[in-house]
Design a protein. Structure first.
Length: 98
């Protein structure tokens, strides 16, 4: 039996309620396998998901829908030492990361 996280879609619903993603450049810290990323990515202009776990990023890359290949990028990176220039993002998401 596979455990399904957030089957009701509460995470994405509240994210859309409190964050205006339209046209935004979004950094998602701790994107993991992309489970949440895929639920909001179409609303954003560009999404960059980072995670420390290379295996989770590999899964996210495999599961990324073909229509998101140009707008969602994935990178192995540490949130303490971000490899991005200042002002590269309009919004940062940090959800269920520990």
């Amino acid at each position: 039996m596979t455990v399904q996280k957030d089957p009701e879609g509460n995470e994405a619903r509240y994210l859309r309620k409190y964050a205006d993603l339209a046209g935004k450049r979004v950094l998602e810290i701790g994107c993991g396998d992309g489970r949440l990323t895929w639920r909001y990515a179409l609303a954003a202009r560009r999404v960059t998901g980072i995670d420390l776990d290379r295996d989770e990023l590999r899964i996210a890359s495999i599961e990324r829908a073909s229509d998101l290949e140009k707008t969602v990028s994935l990178a192995q990176a540490d949130s303490i030492h971000l490899p991005f220039r200042d002002q590269a993002f309009d919004l940062t998401i940090l959800a269920w990361t520990f």
